[in-house]
Ligand binder design. Structure first.
Ligand code: AMP
Length: 561
């Protein structure tokens, strides 16, 4: 006998951690939580800004009215495919209008988007889709890797995956979102969305994001209706956005920063999202043509901003937010002219917390710190690592936080949650930070990190996950993966290997090995170093600090291995 799974919070049961009642109450009182489903909040903007531009891409512009109508139809089309509210849908699509339409279409149908990336492969998708019980898979065709074929493979023998949705695929390949629901009368589609939304519990999950992770497998981050749209609205409020703002986004829109600081933030205030790609030869001209006023620049694009190519778009921009790595004075001055163009910084994570430079803060604070938290009810504490003892202002410790849009726990990870949160519910970010007081304001400065990951142009690579994969090669006895500095991406991955009987593993053998295991390419080490044994700390752990220093020295000698 098959059982129909419940749609609401009951579906997830004790795999979700709830917010304590007193904090929930405080967030509602502060107006930073809203007990309405996300699709209702989107509809408010559709009604209010109907004829304003909602999304601009290289392919053209759609208005809020068109966005509302088309996403209603997609939602009704998804329901007609037999998908039911509460069911998770894996996303593997790049920055295209159809990605946005499918995201909202799913949410309107009560489905739960899972923010995986087009770059993910079987190792990641196989694990995550099973962890959440995904039933649908959105894939973009026409990329260098055949995601349509991949989706077909993934569905084989999968316990829950049954529906493939395609973007840009030839006829006959799954269900194309371009035409999905297009023949459903707009009023009918609206009524069906309204019926689904009437049943939604605002405390339920609206989307799953993925954590960069601190242990072997990526953790799943449940974001909820009650907080997710407000999170974005608070970001837009911090930057003073209005319906006249035109926000460009170049990094993957599906990342939490894309959804929260790009898509939802723009639409929470009636602004236009200019959806570009990471390729600046396409992105900068589009931004210039569409007269982008605001942009978020990740550290993978710091070099492009310093280059002459940025001159094309610089004159139209008013606000540039830099994020991901320390900002040099040259970079800051390139985007902040002290008059018309304002630069600030952002620190954020899919688990929640965003800190952003406040508008009125002096240039010194905007250049050297990542600002202050965006919600009034956000709380941050800097703790001595591994303890619950707060350090004094100015001292470096682990950044911990709790607040209206920071998760109280990962999905289905009780053991990990015990380590990842303090006894009073502060999330341990794994980042090193200090409080810098300037003119009486307490700003956050990011000073490094404790967690063992590589930040490759914004994509986080979990060292332990890669090490575990490398040691499955028969020639590898032990592996230690560290970040090596890279001028363009900030960091790239170097693997130190101890091989069995001193055997050698070529770069191509290592790649073949990871490819065979279906590991996303951005996680593949880009340099190999062979050692007899790893340096140890005095507590008998691999001394990664020494390995990082070693690779810096080796890079100076042999930049290209
Ligand atoms: P994600 O969840 O992928 O957005 O990654 C969040 C992590 O990115 C944080 O915990 C930091 O380690 C890193 N990060 C985000 N913003 C910054 C920043 N402005 N400076 C340094 N690291 C950052």
């Amino acid at each position: 006998m098959t059982m129909t799974k419940p749609a609401g919070r009951a579906r997830w049961g004790d795999r979700l951690v709830g917010y304590p009642a007193d904090r929930a109450e405080a967030y509602r009182r502060a107006g930073e939580w809203t007990d309405r489903p996300l699709a209702h909040r989107l509809q408010d903007s559709v009604d209010r800004y109907a004829d304003r531009p909602a999304v601009t891409t290289d392919a053209g512009t759609i208005t809020y009215r068109e966005l509302g109508r088309r996403t209603d139809q997609i939602a009704a089309g998804l329901l007609d495919l037999g998908l039911s509210p509460g069911e998770p849908i894996i996303f593997q699509a790049t920055n295209r209008l159809e990605t946005v339409l499918t995201w909202y279409g799913c949410i309107k149908a009560g489905l739960v988007p899972v923010a995986t990336l087009a770059a993910h492969r079987g190792h990641e998708i196989g694990h995550i889709s099973r962890a959440v019980g995904a039933v649908g898979h959105v894939v973009e065709a026409g990329l260098s890797f055949d995601l349509v074929d991949f989706a077909r493979e993934q569905a084989q023998g999968h316990p829950t995956l049954r529906t493939m949705l395609t973007i840009g695929a030839p006829a006959g390949e799954g269900t194309p979102v371009e035409t999905l629901g297009a023949d459903i009368a707009p009023d009918d589609a609206r009524a069906r969305v309204a019926a689904v939304q009437a049943e939604i519990d605002p405390l339920d999950v609206v989307a799953f994001q993925l954590s960069g992770g601190t242990t072997g497998v990526p953790k799943v981050i449940p974001r909820r209706h009650v907080e997710y749209w407000d999170n974005a609205r608070l970001y837009a409020r911090r930057l003073g956005w209005t319906e006249d703002t035109r926000v460009a986004h170049l990094i993957p829109i599906i990342h939490n920063a894309g959804i929260s600081c790009g898509l939802h933030a723009a639409h929470s205030v009636g602004a236009c999202l200019i959806l570009a790609t990471a390729d600046v030869t396409q992105a900068f001209p589009l931004m210039a043509r569409a007269r982008a006023t605001d942009v978020l620049i990740g550290h993978g694009h710091y070099q492009a901003v310093a280059s002459p190519a940025f001159d094309e778009v610089r004159p139209v921009l008013r606000t540039v937010i830099l994020s991901g790595a320390k900002v040099s004075s040259e970079l800051f001055e390139r985007v902040d002219d002290g008059e018309k163009r304002w630069a600030g910084q952002l620190f954020g994570m899919s688990e929640g917390l965003f800190t952003v430079s406040p508008h009125e803060s002096p240039a010194s604070a905007r250049m050297t710190t990542v600002g202050t938290p965006i919600a009034d009810t956000d709380e941050i504490r800097i703790l001595e690592p591994g303890t619950e003892t707060e350090v004094a202002d100015g001292e470096v410790g682990e950044l911990t936080c709790r607040g209206p849009y920071t998760i109280p726990g990962y999905y289905d990870a009780p053991e990990h949650n015990r380590m990842a949160f303090t006894s009073d519910g502060f999330y341990r970010t794994g980042d090193l930070a200090s409080i810098v007081v300037i003119d009486g304001v307490r700003y956050v400065s990011i000073d490094g990190r404790i967690k063992d990951l590589i930040n490759r142009g914004g994509e986080k690579i979990n060292a332990e996950e890669v090490e575990q994969l490398l040691v499955t090669h028969p020639n590898v006895a032990n592996a230690a993966v560290v970040a090596m500095p890279d001028p363009r991406l900030g960091e790239r991955t170097c693997a130190y290997l101890v091989t069995v009987d001193g055997a050698v593993l070529s770069m191509s053998e290592m790649r073949e090995h990871l490819q065979a295991r279906g590991v996303a390419k951005f996680k593949w080490p880009e340099r190999l170093e062979f050692v007899r044994a790893f340096p140890q700390t005095n507590v008998g752990k691999i001394d990664k600090k020494r390995l990082r220093a070693d690779i810096v020295a080796r890079l100076a000698e042999t930049p290209d291995q």
